[in-house]
Design a protein around this ligand. Structure first.
Ligand SMILES: [Zn+2]
Length: 136
């Protein structure tokens, strides 16, 4: 694509795009990636949406909208508001394993190990943490 006249379009949400003389509309982030014969597209200067400073599209982030410091500031903000994952309660599983391991009999398991009882204890513990039939 040879260099041609263009206009910077702004959508209702504030996203910018490059409209070329031939009618082609290229989103700002795509234009910022242009290389080779289209490299001139990535060199089109556009203002950062937050600080208003001019930058070539190749240096604008977030879909070709913000300069690096403004983009980084917004990333930090979104991390701050992200909900913390709910803590997992492992206690029922730990209790069941301790019960099955039956430390009172020592470190070795012998023929007296009660497998059906151990399986019952394990299944009850899995059910307590929401795992039924091996499926959560
Ligand atoms: Zn900025």
């Amino acid at each position: 694509m040879t260099k041609q006249a263009f206009k910077i379009l702004k959508s209702a949400t504030g996203d910018r795009a490059v409209k070329l003389q031939d009618g082609t509309v290229i989103p700002a982030d795509i234009a910022g990636l242009a290389a080779g014969a289209d490299k001139w597209l990535s060199e089109i200067v556009c203002k950062c949406r937050d600080c208003g400073k001019p930058f070539p599209l190749s240096q604008l982030h977030g879909g070709g909208q913000w300069c690096e410091p403004c983009q980084e500031a917004s990333v930090v903000d979104s991390t701050d508001v992200a909900p913390a994952p709910a803590p997992v309660d492992h206690r029922p599983l730990v209790e069941a394993l301790m019960s099955i391991a039956s430390w009172s009999e020592g470190n070795e398991v012998d023929g007296s190990f009660d497998e059906p009882s151990a399986a019952k204890t394990a299944r009850a513990a899995l059910a307590a943490v929401g795992i039924v039939g091996g499926v959560k």
